[in-house]
Design a protein around this ligand. Structure first.
Ligand code: TYM
Length: 339
């Protein structure tokens, strides 16, 4: 349980390491908007550019992707007045607390992270030290605000468990109740959107095949084509949600349909159960275009005024630092640094 003295505060981040995908939108950004609008939380959303450079990023592309991600947040409904919206490198407290957490986290904890194993692969000797330490910086992102809730897709669950381990070890080692044990918020029909080409792989901005994902900048034709060509099996959709259990591609498309129409999977199956893919896919494509086209249009409009985006990020960073700075200072005192 989160200790009661922590203000209900939401933090989450997305890497500006490529374009936004439908997975980021349904698994993360839609929930960010919902938590912003629900009330009762302070909401803080971050473009984690320091995380992005744990693997090589072309500098110009990183700048463009950071601005485009900011445009994506706003186009999808994040209001930079209601929420704090900023990029990580403008708030040095993240990296500063990250260093302290590098000294709290254990090598063994990091080595068990599946994202590290997937990304470093067999060539871990050649991976950056930053990639290995990545989850300690992520814990710092969250805990430098004493955030209590973190909405994410399912792939981040293990990192959030590690965040709790770091908070607990810090509190234990220094005999304090200083950092909250943050709650992951992994909710909705699309916490794990899969590749459109392979139902066993996550939809990802780094997949070499563009047909495997829907990008938030895709136009209506591209969206429709990708859904039409999405891999499926030859059977029609089952009548009930249970029938999707061993049919990963069918399940993925139904999950996407449910999430886009704000339904549970059961409710979605009441509408589309038993349909042939020849009927279901065009309906899904129309729905996706209807929901996503206004966002990509708005993103393109915002990208025409990069100065305005930069001003929003600068203002967000200022507000973020007001929260982060006292928490970092207090951490230094707890650790024994002379201030
Ligand atoms: P990243 O940039 O890979 O993804 C951003 C968010 O999108 C979610 N997501 C998905 N959800 C459902 N289906 C998918 N196919 C899919 N792909 C991505 C992710 O779960 C995530 O919520 N380590 C984080 C970034 C981060 C962070 C943080 C998150 C850094 N610091 C602090 C939360 C709190 C990452 O790489 O996300």
């Amino acid at each position: 349980m989160t200790a009661p003295h922590f203000t209900p505060r939401v933090f989450s981040g997305i890497q500006p390491s490529g374009g936004l995908t439908l997975g980021n939108y349904l698994g993360a950004i839609r929930r960010f908007v919902e938590m912003q609008d629900r009330g009762g939380f302070e909401t803080i959303y971050c473009m984690v550019d320091l995380h992005a450079i744990t693997v090589w990023q072309d500098p110009e592309a990183l700048r463009k992707n950071t601005r485009e991600l900011c445009a994506g947040f706003i186009a999808a409904g994040i209001d930079p007045e209601k929420s704090i919206l900023f990029n990580q490198s403008q708030v040095p407290e993240h990296a500063q607390l990250g260093w302290i957490f590098n000294c709290v986290a254990r090598m063994g904890w990091m080595a068990r992270m599946t994202q590290w194993k997937d990304k470093a692969g067999k060539n871990s000797e050649n991976a950056s030290l930053g990639l290995f330490a990545y989850p300690a910086l992520m814990a710092a992102d969250i805990l430098v605000y004493h955030a209590t809730h973190v909405p994410v897709g399912e792939d981040q669950k293990q990192h959030l468990e590690l965040t709790r381990d770091i908070a607990a070890k810090f509190n234990h080692d220094y005999g304090v109740d200083f950092f909250p044990l943050t709650e992951p918020v992994i909710e909705g029909a699309a916490t794990r959107v899969m590749s459109l080409r392979d139902g066993s792989k996550k939809m990802s901005k780094s997949d070499p095949s563009d047909m495997s994902r829907i990008n938030m900048t895709d136009d209506a034709d591209a969206i429709a084509k990708k859904i039409r060509k999405a891999k499926t099996d030859p059977e029609p959709l089952p009548e009930t949600a249970e029938g999707l259990a061993d049919r990963p591609e069918a399940r993925n498309l139904v999950n996407i349909y449910a999430a886009l129409s704000d339904l549970t999977v059961e409710q979605a199956m009441a509408q589309v159960g038993g349909q042939q893919f020849g009927q279901f896919k065009p309906m899904l494509a129309d729905l996706a275009v209807e929901k996503l086209a206004p966002i990509s249009g708005e993103m393109a409009r915002l990208m025409e005024a990069p100065d305005e985006i930069d001003a929003i990020l600068a203002r967000g960073a200022e507000r973020a630092r007001e929260l982060a700075s006292p928490i970092l200072q207090r951490t230094y005192e707890i650790v024994g640094m002379v201030r």
